[in-house]
Design a binder for this molecule. Structure first.
Ligand code: HEC
Length: 114
């Protein structure tokens, strides 16, 4: 009985990590989440999904990217609901990340070369 309780507690402690674990589409490498099928169908026609998985940005960045492709690269127009689904998927799964680069030094911290 004691073992059962310990195992139950352990399972409860660990489960959030499993629930959070991401699943990836083996064909494209895209994260499987709501809207994934729509993104796969519309966004891997002309180029590899690596273009997406290596990119990060907020909703505005993704929207600008799509508009740029529509204006210059022959990407078709989307129904508003479809575009919303795509943008929601992209901003959720490929958001901006903190860069590892340190912030620029302040002027006062630079060597005085005058
Ligand atoms: C009609 C063809 C086409 C479709 C469909 C398409 N793209 Fe593109 N996309 C392009 C072309 C062409 C480029 C530029 C390739 C290059 O830089 O040589 C590009 C570039 C990109 C880039 C920039 C990669 C980089 O860092 O330079 C991203 C991100 C991207 N596409 C995402 C998407 C997403 C998201 C979708 C779906 C909404 C999509 N693409 C659908 C044609 C397309």
């Amino acid at each position: 009985m004691k073992t059962f309780i310990k195992l139950t507690i352990l399972a409860l402690l660990i489960s959030p990590f499993y629930l959070q674990a991401k699943e990836f589409d083996s064909e494209t490498g895209l994260i499987i989440d709501k809207g994934f099928e729509t993104v796969k169908a519309n966004c891997t026609v002309c180029h590899s999904a690596k273009f997406i998985t290596l990119q990060k940005g907020d909703r505005d960045m993704w929207k600008a990217m799509i508009v740029w492709m529509q204006r210059t690269q022959g990407l078709w127009e989307f129904e508003p609901a479809v575009e919303d689904e795509i943008l929601t998927y992209l901003e959720k799964n490929y958001p901006p990340t903190e860069t590892s680069r340190r912030p620029n030094l302040k002027a006062k911290d630079l060597p005085n070369i005058n």
